[in-house]
Design a protein around this ligand. Structure first.
Ligand SMILES: [Zn+2]
Length: 332
């Protein structure tokens, strides 16, 4: 996989670990002290991952980061002196309910691929870093439409009772929310929250829009259904002034160069997300949606309540699916 695959052969050099020159201070990361918390002036990277695997399913290969590359990314976060936060911890800090670290960085995972538990989670815990995971509930314990194995309910229960991974909502069937009727969008948004809270216990506070797309109506539904925040994509930096219901993220792909991750962590080589989407961007999005997009064709779409597996969803509480998490500390 090009540059990323080559990173598996780490040679111990620090050529990728630039620090200082053109770094955090140059990028405006200097924090302004004052009540009620420290507000960093600079951009806030919210990294978006999907799969971390050296042998990904072909369907997700473009978005699967090699394990060696992922370790590099985490080591870079440490070298930059950044502090990882969950999404809810970040928005709590934005509202003044918690202190915001001087150099925050957020690590998020969409969809809930099974390799998260085997590859990403150990690497995160080894470095005492935290992350936010957004599974789509109809795929939990099954395979994605492309055939990749997904995390099970036992896995999510173990994560939900941990203090280093926040679990958020990502709809039930992963539709493009701004392209379906509002009533169905509300069902997707509300039902995934209810299902996650029924099975995992803790309140589900944050949401991520499938494919990154939303509209004012969709964002309003997310707010009305009781979420505190939601992640978009935008491929831009977030900031203390970002829209908490459309937080900007930076997509990390299989071929994202390590130097680009380094630059993002230094506050460079990406734009700062506008608080509101410019009208010119809306026109571009509208025009682009008239063409079919490869990135959405494999996920279930269409009208009505889709059954992506060709059979009814397994009812809540059926054998093998715990309705509640096991006690804290019990192996999943
Ligand atoms: Zn997704």
């Amino acid at each position: 996989m090009g540059e990323v695959g080559a990173l598996d052969a780490r040679d111990g050099s620090d050529r990728h670990l630039r620090n200082g020159d053109g770094g955090l201070a140059d990028a405006g990361w200097v924090a302004a002290c004052g009540p009620p918390y420290r507000r960093p002036i600079g951009p806030v990277p919210i990294l978006l991952y999907h799969s971390v695997s050296n042998d990904p399913d072909p369907w997700i290969r473009r978005f699967a980061v090699a394990t060696g590359a992922f370790s590099w990314h985490l080591d870079l976060i440490a070298v930059h002196g950044a502090t990882t936060l969950t999404v809810s911890a970040f928005v709590d800090a934005l509202s003044g309910a918690a202190e915001l670290p001087e150099r925050p960085v957020l690590i998020t995972f969409d969809d809930g691929f099974a390799d998260f538990g085997a590859t990403a989670l150990p690497a995160l815990r080894e470095r005492e870093m935290v992350a936010t995971l957004y599974p789509a509930t109809d795929f939990v314990g099954r395979r994605s439409p492309g055939g990749a194995p997904m995390l099970g309910w036992d896995d999510l229960c173990e994560l939900a009772v941990s203090d280093d991974v926040e679990v958020g909502g990502h709809t039930v069937t992963h539709p493009q929310l701004d392209a379906i009727p509002p009533a169905r969008a509300r069902l997707e948004i509300a039902q995934c929250k209810a299902t996650l809270e029924d099975r995992l216990g803790p309140s589900i506070r944050t949401f991520a829009y499938p494919h990154g797309y939303s509209s004012a109506a969709v964002r309003a539904i997310v707010r009305e259904e009781g979420y505190d925040s939601a992640c978009a994509v935008k491929n831009a930096f977030s900031s203390v002034d970002d829209d908490r219901f459309a937080l900007a993220r930076l997509t990390v792909r299989a071929d994202t160069p390590i130097a680009e991750i380094d630059a993002w962590l230094a506050g460079r080589e990406a734009r700062l997300a506008p608080r509101r989407v410019a009208s010119s961007t809306l026109v571009f999005i509208s025009r682009s949606r008239r063409r079919p997009r490869a990135r959405t064709r494999r996920w279930p779409r269409g009208r009505g309540r889709p059954r992506p597996w060709g059979s009814p969803s397994r009812p809540a509480g059926s054998p093998g699916w715990p309705r509640r998490c096991p006690p804290a500390g019990r192996a999943a």
